[in-house]
Ligand binder design. Sequence first.
Ligand code: PGA
Length: 244
Amino acid sequence: MVRVVESVDQVASAAADLVGAQLCRDRRTRLGVATGATPLPLYRELARRHAAGDLPAGELTLFLLDEYLGLGTDDPRSFRAVVVDHLARPLGIPDGAVHAPEVGAADLQQACRRFDALRDDAGIDLQILGIGRNGHIAFNEPGSAPDSGCRVVQLTDVTRSDNGLGPKDPTHAVTVGIGSILRARRLLLLATGPTKAEALARAVHADPRSPAGALSGHPDLTIIADRDAAALLGPAPTPTDGAT
Ligand code: PGA
């Protein structure tokens, strides 16, 4: 299902409704969380609802998708730090309930296998996703296999530049694979702004050259996009609260 709404705020609000409904069904929800700019308004809205007493969240468990290699454990740019600051702490989720790839491990391949197993054993109830301009999901860049597992990847120049990384910043990351993402029970892909229009259209049309094209094979995929990101989905998309 694709929902097209008017603004970034409405994307956040519609996505927060969906996360809230999931939490009503299961207070112990295992939530897969994305980083990047796109989900931050959603996390702000979840924090707002929690502060207002509208979102019981203390029993949530969070699973990150990816993490840079080579950043210090206390670097504020690490994805764990972003998720703790923007989501876990405001929602009262303890650090121990925030799981991320162990990028400090001596044996990264083993750490990747452990993280895949952790996600699979827990069972991700709802996976929040952003999409890169080049169609990447997590750090699965173009060319990633649809059944790929957790692994070390080299970041493309497009992704490094989009993420504001300079010459001395990380060139590699650990990412959950597309296979693990597809094993989540439910996927929620968010896309905002005109720079995502082409990538979103390729995802929706299941373009095999786009990593996000694999998502359309999932039985429970919800896409929430603002009007700019949805601009190439079809003729003159009209903002609506229903399915398009
Ligand atoms: P962004 O990144 O939300 O910062 O645009 C999206 C992504 O890389 O998945």
